[in-house]
Design a binder for this molecule. Structure first.
Ligand code: HEC
Length: 107
């Protein structure tokens, strides 16, 4: 019985250690799991797409079709009222995502 509790405490300590280690670090910037790919149109994405959520939120979708990215941009505009984005910028943004995070398929 005693042995089990010791084991549990040990397990808890192991789990808790990395967390407290992170908190004690000076650097406040969170670890970015997804490196941003620079490319044509990135400045537009940065200007239009980052006011509501982070970049990781967009690209954790993985590599997708052109249609997928187009639909996502439309979703942002229709559902989340990101409607200040001009038609021109929308195309630039879709092109950027398809080029950098596309799967090569149009549909
Ligand atoms: C006005 C705020 C706003 C702007 C601007 C915005 N988004 Fe979003 N976006 C959201 C919200 C809110 C969610 C979360 C939806 C959810 O959790 O279901 C989201 C989620 C996403 C997702 C995750 C998948 C999904 O369907 O929810 C992707 C991809 C995405 N946005 C792409 C973009 C791109 C690309 C742009 C630039 C064209 C953009 N967003 C601009 C509000 C915005």
């Amino acid at each position: 019985m005693k042995h089990t509790i010791k084991k549990l405490l040990l397990a808890a300590a192991i789990i808790a250690t990395p967390l407290s280690a992170k908190v004690n670090e000076d650097v406040a910037v969170p670890y970015v799991a997804f490196p941003i790919k620079m490319g044509k149109g990135f400045d537009t994405v940065q200007a239009q797409c980052l006011m509501c959520h982070s970049f990781g939120y967009m690209i954790n979708q993985g590599k997708q079709s052109r249609e997928f990215w187009k639909k996502k941009v439309e979703k942002m505009i229709v559902h989340f009222k990101a409607d200040l984005i001009s038609k021109e910028d929308q195309k630039i943004i879709v092109d950027y995502f398809f080029e950098q995070y596309g799967n090569g398929k149009l549909k």
